[in-house]
Write a protein that binds this ligand. Structure first.
Ligand SMILES: Cc1ncc(COP(=O)(O)O)c(C=O)c1O
Length: 422
């Protein structure tokens, strides 16, 4: 099938939920993907944070093959060998004590929300939630109700009542929003889709205190920032976060759909058999692959690499901020990095494809980097060479230097002094 035929088929038969870039990916290997004609692209998007082990990792392929030949699915009516082991692993890494497996991020958020409701069920009226403006927790109704962005919520309102949104890192707003009717405070330790914005350690402490003061649970959504992406197993471990519930998904099963709710022991008694469950969640294939995911992280020293190469990437991005007026700021840690631009960035992503690099834009003007943990310095160099060229063209195309009051014809910054990120 040609690319054009494929596009036409989707146009004809799919619900129009996606606005895709003009690329069909046929396969991948490590940090590269290949299109239908075999052209190679450096992947700095990593399946939006899913492909932490890149593509076709030999150990993942081997385990997939082995387990597919044994049992892909086992109903949650029965035990299998891997769900308990994976739960144990997640508990050891997180410091929490109980796990529920779901099939995606949004579904894990639903599980967390239901657990929070169950915990306060005996207290009438204690069912409100405090969440953050600019957040993204998923697209099912519960998760969407916690998502503080009108563009996602608008068409589907009315959503779940009783959710208050406050600005990130605003202690005063937190204090006035949380009260005895609050059953949960939920936040992404680092907002991903929102443009890579971190909750400060201080704000995490304040959220912990507010939850304790009012008998609410603190839920940290680490679906995007967790499981190694920031250089530790959980981002909250670098920020003095002390959650009651943590939600993970994306990279955990190396591309297979799997999400998990991790909870403190004391919350487990709130839920009993039959109150929550799933057909597919925590099947043997996904759980066994997830166990291998963690083994690969350990055996290949990938968290250390995320820290080292992540810093290298961040320095490279900071240099772009110094050099280009259109690049305003960098944010992030490890392999969760952002370059805030002054202009919409979609055209950059399209031109990136022509240059053989997959880039991602979120919040219209933020280039977001979520590469595989296998990325090396030489890949960063290649990627940033392309980004540099694209920024130069973007500035020229928009006569940016002139707008910024710089002399025409020198679109790159020459004065380092006034260009530091704020
Ligand atoms: C922080 C966060 N929470 C929840 C979700 C929803 O996950 P999923 O798309 O697997 O449902 C996402 C997805 O991008 C996310 O980044």
């Amino acid at each position: 099938m040609t690319f054009d035929e494929l596009v036409e088929l989707e146009r004809r038969y799919l619900l129009p939920t996606y606005s895709r870039y003009p690329l069909a990916i046929a396969r991948g290997k490590g940090v590269y993907v290949y299109d239908l004609d075999g052209r190679r692209y450096l992947d700095l998007v990593g399946g939006l944070g899913v492909n932490a082990l890149g593509h076709a990792h030999p150990r993942i392929v081997r385990v997939l093959r082995q387990q597919a030949a044994r049992a892909v699915h086992v109903s949650n009516l029965y035990y299998h060998e891997y769900q308990g082991l994976l739960a144990q692993k997640l508990c050891e890494l997180s410091g929490l004590q109980r796990v529920f497996f779901a099939n995606s991020g949004t579904e894990a958020i639903e599980g967390a929300l239901k657990l929070a409701r169950a915990v306060s069920h005996h207290q009438p009226g204690k069912c409100d939630v405090v969440a953050l403006a600019g957040s993204f927790h998923g697209r099912t109704f519960g998760a969407l109700s916690l998502t503080g962005q009108q563009k996602y919520r608008g068409p589907f309102e009315p959503l779940l009542p009783g959710v208050t949104f406050i600005p990130i890192n605003d202690a005063e707003a937190l204090r006035s929003a949380v009260n005895d009717s609050t059953c949960a405070i939920i936040l992404e330790t680092i907002q991903g889709e929102g443009g890579i914005r971190e909750a400060t350690p201080q704000f995490l402490r304040q959220a912990r205190d507010a939850a304790d003061r009012h008998g609410a649970v603190l839920i940290l959504d680490e679906i995007q920032c967790g499981l190694g992406r920031t250089g530790s197993y959980f981002a909250y471990q670098q920020m003095d976060g002390r959650p009651d519930i943590v939600v993970v998904a994306k990279p955990i099963a190396a591309g297979l759909p799997l999400g998990a709710v991790l909870a403190r022991e004391e919350l487990a008694s709130a839920i009993s058999p039959g109150q929550h469950g799933t057909t597919f969640g925590g099947g043997p294939l996904a759980c066994r692959v997830a166990l291998e995911y963690f083994r690969v992280l350990e055996d290949e020293g990938l968290l250390e690499r995320v820290r080292r190469v992540g810093e290298y990437l961040q320095h490279g991005l900071q240099e772009l901020v110094v050099k280009f007026a259109v690049a305003e700021q960098t944010r992030g840690r490890g392999f969760m990095q952002a370059l805030q631009l002054a202009l919409p960035a979609r055209s950059l992503v399209e031109k990136g494809l022509e240059e053989g690099v997959l880039l991602n834009v979120t919040q219209e003007k933020v280039l977001r980097f979520l590469p595989a943990f296998l990325l090396e310095e030489k890949h960063v160099d290649r990627g940033l060479r392309v980004v540099r060229k694209l920024l130069r063209d973007l500035q020229k195309g928009n006569r940016f230097s002139q707008k910024m009051g710089e002399p025409e014809g020198s679109p790159e910054r020459s004065d380092r002094g006034d260009t530091q990120p704020t």
